[in-house]
Design a protein. Structure first.
Ligand code: HEM
Length: 499
């Protein structure tokens, strides 16, 4: 059979790339027969551990320095707080996100804060910190959270509880957090929680673009996806289309806002529009915020509700505190001020993210040869990863009961305290690039937690002992979080389950 000319052309064009690929693979020593690399390459770890992060935790626990190097990935992984401080603060400039990371997310995020280093990052960081520090934006975020919860989330759960159906709470939280972050950042309401409506084009293409971009990071060599991108085939073709739609829709919002005025709008985009005129740059900044604030919040809520459903004593303590501070009235979300008095709730949220951080690991790339605080040598170009998931399971940081869900460990005389070295709990990262949405995220998590727990008892439909995660940038339960929702009712001052 004769080969078609187009395939011949593709093959000839690919030859130099394939040659470079082989040279790079050989040079990078992607083959190594040490026990750890073999277990990685052959997926041997899956026989003993439910998730890759559990295997890494095991390796890190068994390393005297709490640091390991996976040769085939050219990746140094650490759970040592001194190393984390060194890379995120002390020698910050030598551990940028780096080109490999920005290449993966570059098509989608462009020059947005999440994806840049150096001056561009410094400029956006300064501008965003200024805006996010304002009382008015916090009040706006609280208002959005309040509306989303009372107008959409609670009615949705109400209807599910009446029908006694199984609900995937993870899916609901993903929709909720997308609606919230879009309204906050863009002033745009994609209405994902309106289950009667089809998902908006924006939500579908944003989801696809972030999923396919994250999948690039899972391919052994970046050259693989780069070749697919060059020929615009397979997942890269879908990614290109999804990014195009997301960008067009985002730019349309910006244009409309410019046309109809933005000075009286409260969202982040409108605030940034007064200092930036470049539309592409504005679009990139806002899309970074959507990515940063969407899956993280949904992930934190999912593991929180999974843990609380398995720990009725924690649920009872949260409800007891809420009744004491807010009173028995279930109606209306508590004020931001009242929320700050809910110390046990705050501790429970911190504790759930200690065990299940939404971002289980986070990587930088070493610019010049360096030596970490524990003496580990790191060659330039090495990927260096700190691992909050493993760090939450280290006995020397949290004590012998480190695997237990115990919000009390964050309380002293009933008051939340955090005198730990911040680099022992890098759930929101730490140092110079610490998460900009931390306060907002905590407020959102606590608002949802308290509103739902006071009205509903959540019962797990599956009683698995260990969650299994999907591969990706943010921790996602592979099978969702399937639950039954039972409405509570108020009898005098006591909240009980509906009979
Ligand atoms: C539970 C929720 C959240 C967690 C656990 C979390 C965690 C993190 C982490 C680990 C990073 C560092 C990522 C990296 O540099 O590779 C980060 C950065 C960031 N986060 Fe969050 N985040 C959360 C919610 C949010 C929200 C709601 C927003 C938006 C309002 C947000 C905005 C950002 C931004 C803009 C950055 C980039 C900061 C910089 O590069 O200087 N985050 N976050």
């Amino acid at each position: 059979m004769e080969s078609s000319p187009s395939w011949f052309l593709i093959f000839s064009l690919s030859l130099p790339i394939i040659t470079v690929l082989i040279i790079r693979l050989v040079r990078k020593r992607v083959y190594c027969n040490c026990e750890i690399c073999q277990a990685y390459v052959e997926s041997g770890w899956t026989k003993h551990f439910p998730n890759l992060c559990d295997w890494y935790t095991h390796l890190l626990k068994n390393s005297p320095t709490r640091t390991v190097h996976i040769h085939v990935l050219n990746n140094t992984i650490t759970a040592n707080p001194d190393n984390v401080e060194y890379m995120l603060k002390t020698n910050f400039d030598n551990f940028p996100k780096g080109k490999p990371f920005s290449a993966i997310l570059g098509d989608f995020l462009g020059r947005g804060i999440f994806n840049v280093d150096g001056d561009s990052w410094r400029f956006q960081r300064k501008m965003a910190s200024l805006e996010l520090g304002r009382v008015s934006i916090r009040a706006y975020a609280f208002e959005i959270g309040h509306q989303e919860i009372s107008r959409r989330l609670l009615p949705l759960l109400e209807s599910v509880s009446a029908k006694n159906e199984i609900l995937d709470l993870q899916d609901v939280f993903r929709r909720f957090s997308f609606d919230s972050i879009c309204r906050f950042s863009f002033g745009l309401d994609p209405k994902c929680l309106e289950l009667s409506l089809p998902l908006s084009k924006f939500a579908v293409s944003f989801d696809l673009a972030s999923k396919l971009s994250a999948e690039r990071a899972m391919i052994a060599s970046p050259l693989m996806w780069k070749i697919k991108r060059l020929f615009n085939v397979g997942s890269e073709k879908k990614l290109r289309q999804a990014i195009k739609i997301t960008h067009i829709l985002a730019q349309e919002v910006i244009r409309q806002r410019r046309k109809f005025g933005f000075s009286d709008q409260k969202d982040l985009l409108s605030r940034f529009m007064s200092s930036i005129s470049d539309e592409t740059y504005l679009r990139d900044i806002i899309i970074s915020f959507l990515l940063a604030g969407r899956d993280t919040v949904a992930s934190a809520l999912t593991s929180f509700f999974w843990l609380v459903a398995r720990h009725p004593e924690v649920e009872a303590a949260i409800l007891f505190e809420a009744e004491k501070i807010i009173g028995p009235n279930q109606e209306g979300l508590t004020s931001y001020k009242q929320m700050q008095k809910l110390h046990y709730l705050h501790a429970s949220v911190y504790e759930s993210m200690r065990l299940y951080p939404p971002i289980q690991f986070d990587s930088k790339f070493c610019l010049d040869d360096d030596v970490l605080a524990d003496g580990s040598f790191v060659k330039r170009g090495t990927r260096v990863t700190y691992h909050p998931y493993a760090m939450g399971r280290m006995e020397e940081i949290w004590g012998k009961d480190c695997l237990e869900f115990k919000p009390e460990r964050w309380l002293r005389d009933g008051v939340f305290f955090h005198d730990q070295n911040p680099f022992q709990y890098p759930v929101f990262q730490g140092g110079l690039r610490i998460c900009l949405g931390k306060e907002m995220a905590l407020m959102e998590l606590k608002s949802v937690a308290i509103s739902l727990l006071r009205r509903f008892r959540i019962e797990l439909a599956q009683s698995e002992h260990v969650p299994r995660f999907s591969p990706g940038l943010t921790a996602t339960f592979r099978d969702g979080l399937r639950v039954f929702v039972h409405a509570r009712r108020v009898i005098s001052s006591k909240v009980t389950d509906e009979i």
